[in-house]
Ligand binder design. Structure first.
Ligand code: PLP
Length: 342
């Protein structure tokens, strides 16, 4: 009896200890701009590994940037994880994020560190992925439509109302696509191209991952997407395939930043260091089926992930297209000349 009491007291003490321990580790407020399953896995695993409680909000890259801008020097989040690199660069330029050098930088790919240097050490690469065309193999076959192979194919009347892409105001993916076209064609020609493409677009979705999910469900034949997301849908059993544009294509350096004025700076740095490790980077594939190229050199490329070295990539000018004013100008021009078309 006495032993049982002692055991109960010990268990109670242990619980109190665990609770105190968690409280002592503190809290991290995380804005997350990758797929929600991946965001949740990151929050759960980091909390389990460190005892730090995570409050996570998932939003697209453009939406996260808008929230961070609105909060200004009184940010609600400590860290912004993932999403395309350009808005992270814009946030760095606008002094909304802060410099940090992680001891784990030495484990990263050169492109991840280039992003860090270009941003004044405020944004670092966590993954990379290329833009291409996702398509529903069954739907296109049924309609007798040849899949697109080149940007020039997309304006063909055979794709009338058959293509979906995201809206650059909310989606980082959509902005990468616009910046890619501008770099490939020249700015005026790119806008002329997007106006010609417009009749073939059935919807400008809010999120960059919306269009490929619509392809998977058979709601649209073709999407402009990151091609790793097409493989995720195929792995989930949907009749989805992809091609990368014959003229060349752009890519993202999915990034991470610590916010300026972060209230939980110790926890933010701990998260940042953790998120650069190979086991944390593997979570994208293990928990979310995500197939981006991880920035940690020891994190393996997931099976069947698109191999960036096999894709014709442009020399994407991240410094120029990540500039806040350039980003704003191109999105405003898109609103005026493309998004507002009937
Ligand atoms: N989800 C995944 C899997 C991504 O690779 C990216 C790009 O970084 C995003 C979401 C970003 O989405 P959005 O285009 O809505 O900003």
């Amino acid at each position: 009896m006495r032993l049982q009491h002692a055991a109960a007291a010990l268990i109670a003490a242990g619980c109190a200890f665990a609770a105190n321990d968690a409280a002592a580790q503190g809290t991290l407020n995380l804005y997350c701009s990758v797929q929600v399953e991946w965001c949740q896995a990151i929050a759960t695993n980091f909390q389990r590994d460190t005892g730090i409680r995570v409050n996570m909000t998932q939003r697209g890259s453009g939406e996260s940037l808008a929230a961070i801008r609105a909060e200004g020097q009184n940010p609600r989040a400590d860290v912004w994880f993932g999403g395309t690199g350009d808005p992270h660069l814009a946030a760095a330029e606008d002094n909304l994020t802060q410099a940090y050098e992680s001891p784990n930088n030495s484990q990263l790919q050169p492109w991840a560190l280039r992003q860090w240097e270009q941003s004044g050490r405020r944004a670092i690469g966590v993954y990379a992925g290329a833009v291409g065309f996702g398509y529903n193999t069954e739907l296109l076959q049924r309609k007798g439509i040849e899949p697109p192979r080149c940007w020039s194919d997309l304006t063909d009347p055979r794709f009338r109302g058959e293509i979906q892409v995201a809206n650059p105001n909310s989606s980082g993916t959509a902005y990468v696509i616009i910046a890619t076209l501008v770099q490939l064609m020249g700015e005026d020609q790119a806008f002329e191209y997007m106006r010609r493409l417009h009749p073939n677009i059935n919807s400008y979705a809010r999120s960059g991952t919306g269009p490929i999910k619509a392809v998977a469900r058979g709601e649209t034949g073709v999407s402009l997407s990151f091609v790793h997301d097409a493989v995720t849908e195929r792995n989930a059993g949907f009749p989805v395939s992809y091609t990368t544009p014959c003229e060349g294509t752009g890519y993202e350096i999915g990034s991470m930043s610590i916010l300026r004025g972060a209230r939980n700076l110790t926890q933010a740095r701990r998260f940042y260091d953790w998120a650069l490790t190979a086991p944390a980077q593997r979570l994208g594939f293990e928990a979310g089926g995500q197939l981006q190229t991880p920035s940690n050199r020891s994190a393996p490329l997931p099976p069947n992930a698109p191999d960036l070295s096999q894709i014709r990539l442009i020399e994407y000018d991240f410094a120029k297209y990540g500039r806040a004013a350039e980003r704003r100008r191109l999105i405003e021009r898109w609103d005026r000349e493309v998004g507002s078309l009937p």
